[in-house]
Design a protein around this ligand. Structure first.
Ligand SMILES: Nc1nc2c(ncn2[C@@H]2O[C@H](COP(=O)(O)OP(=O)(O)OP(=O)(O)O)[C@@H](O)[C@H]2O)c(=O)[nH]1
Ligand SMILES: [Mg+2]
Length: 218
């Protein structure tokens, strides 16, 4: 995977029909594999670590309208840590991935949530993902999934158990994110319309008051 930079259009406010999603998580948890399953419906046992970040585009039809997904797959490697904010800033949705067989990847969930809360002007729709659901987990690893589930519940974040290998819940994950983002965008548009439609009551009142002031009494 090659190094891409967040282009200037990513710095703009979210546009309708364009949804920016960012993948975050510890190296090796399966971010790129989830993306490849979603974009191309493929899986590889031997992947290369992502260098910096990789950019993917996918268009999906929702209610007969094309929705362009701009997907930023970041690297979980420490050496690229300083670049990651470039990709999550202005994201409409963020996927926080962990691998239940890697305790460190679980502890990083809180870190990513804090990063988003502290550095995003508008908090993206977040999903927590326990990937590699196809693995046979031991009791300790199962316990980690329960902890992540509880953490997500407390933080009111949607939780998914996916497998990039089998495809389990990958479509559900992205469907959820798109649905939530579109809902938010619609609420924002309705709010703006409502503000626009409001009659300018105060000015009218002033005019009336002025008229009253000027009118001479009988
Ligand atoms: N069994 C299993 N292995 C998986 C799954 N997802 C990813 N892997 C494997 O985990 C390894 C790392 O996957 P990547 O997708 O490259 O991980 P990443 O999070 O993108 O890693 P960085 O790019 O280094 O941040 C690869 O060997 C994948 O084949 C899964 O759902 N199940
Ligand atoms: Mg990767």
């Amino acid at each position: 995977m090659s190094l891409f930079s967040a282009d200037s259009s990513d710095e703009e406010l979210p546009k309708q029909n364009v949804i920016k999603i960012v993948m975050l998580g510890q190296t090796g948890c399966g971010k790129t594999s989830i993306v490849m399953r979603f974009i191309e419906n493929t899986f590889s046992e031997t992947t290369s670590t992502t260098i910096g970040a990789a950019f993917f585009l996918k268009t999906v039809m929702i209610n007969n309208e094309p929705i362009n997904i701009r997907l930023w797959d970041t690297s979980g490697q420490e050496r690229f840590k300083s670049l990651v904010p470039l990709y999550y800033r202005h994201a409409a949705a963020a996927v926080l991935v962990f691998d239940p067989s890697d305790t460190l990847s679980f502890t990083k969930l809180k870190y990513w949530q804090n990063e988003l809360e502290n550095n995003c002007e508008r908090l993206p729709v977040i999903a927590i993902v326990a990937n590699k659901a196809d693995l046979n987990l031991n009791e300790q690893q199962k316990e980690l999934i329960l902890k992540a589930q509880n953490y997500a519940k407390q933080s009111q974040i949607q939780f998914f158990q996916t497998s990039a290998k089998t495809g389990k819940s990958i479509q559900d994950l992205f469907h959820y994110l798109l649905e939530q983002v579109l809902k938010q965008q619609q609420t924002q548009i309705n709010k703006q319309k409502l503000e626009w439609d409001q009659p300018i009551v105060s000015n009218k009142k002033n005019t009336k008051d002025k008229n009253n002031e000027n009118s001479t009494c009988c």
